[in-house]
Design a protein. Structure first.
Length: 70
């Protein structure tokens, strides 16, 4: 029984993490254009430190897909 409860807790945590990441993306995408620019990312030091690594297409902004890898 404990094993089932732990499994369910992990599933809930994983799904809430994905929802939390989407919510973070939306908060950082201040202009609502579907991407996070470097100036929008500048409010988060950790994100700025990883920005160029995450920006795989090197267009100067992060898509939801690129941001999800943070």
């Amino acid at each position: 029984m404990k094993s089932i409860n732990k499994t369910l807790a992990l599933i809930a945590l994983a799904s809430s993490s994905a929802a939390f990441a989407a919510s973070d993306f939306d908060k950082l995408d201040v202009d609502g254009n579907g991407a996070i620019s470097q100036s929008e990312a500048s409010v988060d030091a950790k994100l700025m430190g990883m920005f160029s690594e995450l920006d795989t297409d090197q267009n100067g902004e992060l898509s939801k897909e690129e941001f999800s890898k943070a």
